[in-house]
Design a protein around this ligand. Structure first.
Ligand SMILES: [Zn+2]
Length: 244
């Protein structure tokens, strides 16, 4: 993989761009503290929709990984993204850049049909379709204890992470693409199907890792195991072997 070689030759920190959209899921301080705690990471931020124009081919020269709590669709703030911006973002992923998507990054709007293919999941507050198939309205369960457990303990993103229980929001009845590779699962009785709460996939030349937790950023992104999952996810998405 070209990016892998590039990172090795550079021998430098993984360059992260944190992409967020404001609102209750992304007060920026908890993320800043989390990134500051990570060895081998350099980071800066981009606020959407204002900075949407920078998410285009060429960005892969400046950054190795985009950590995104907001993608190119929004329900909460009615952020507007043009077709051109969405296409440029997909073109960037086709060229290759790592993606770590968190929590609400799977919430999008029907007009952005590429979103489920990129992130492999959909949360919507009304019934929706993916590739012509209908899905019911999604839900959420707040303030619930969630067991977090590796699907395959030797996966680089979860290596060394013990099982743990954390209180957060669980998304219910979300679309999950069949070709997602599960990374973390729960045993929560309200979770259905394969019960994965984190998965990977590829889109174009990009590695994508999605982690569903993060409703209360101050709590989740201060939690040592959640930080470690994101850190190892960043390294995996950048094409490196994960931290031991
Ligand atoms: Zn939430």
């Amino acid at each position: 993989m070209e990016k892998e070689k590039a990172a090795e030759t550079r021998g430098a920190a993984v360059r992260v761009l944190f992409v967020y959209g404001g609102g209750h899921h992304s007060p920026i301080t908890p993320y800043m503290r989390m990134f500051d705690s990570m060895a081998g990471i350099e980071w800066t931020t981009a606020l959407l929709p204002q900075s949407a124009g920078m998410l285009k081919p060429g960005l892969e020269e400046k950054y190795d990984v985009l950590v995104m709590v907001q993608m190119m669709g929004s329900r909460w703030k009615q952020a507007e993204f043009s077709e051109e911006q969405r296409k440029a973002f997909a073109d960037l992923l086709k060229k290759g850049i790592g993606i770590v998507a968190l929590h609400q990054a799977i919430a999008t709007e029907p007009a952005w049909v590429e979103s489920p293919r990129i992130v492999g999941g959909v949360w919507r507050n009304e019934p929706y379709e993916v590739d012509g198939r209908p899905y019911p309205k999604s839900g959420c369960l707040h303030d619930t204890d969630i067991l977090v457990k590796a699907w395959k303990p030797d996966h680089p993103i979860v290596k060394g992470i013990p099982e743990f229980v954390i209180n957060d929001e669980l998304y219910l009845d979300i679309y999950k693409a069949d070709d997602n590779v599960p990374v973390l699962v729960t045993d929560h009785p309200k979770a259905k199907g394969r019960k994965e709460i984190a998965w990977t996939r590829t889109y174009g030349a990009s590695r994508m890792f999605y982690f569903q937790l993060g409703h209360i950023p101050e709590k989740i992104w201060a939690h040592p195991q959640c930080r470690r999952i994101v850190h190892q996810g960043i390294r995996w998405a950048a094409g490196e072997a994960a931290a031991q």
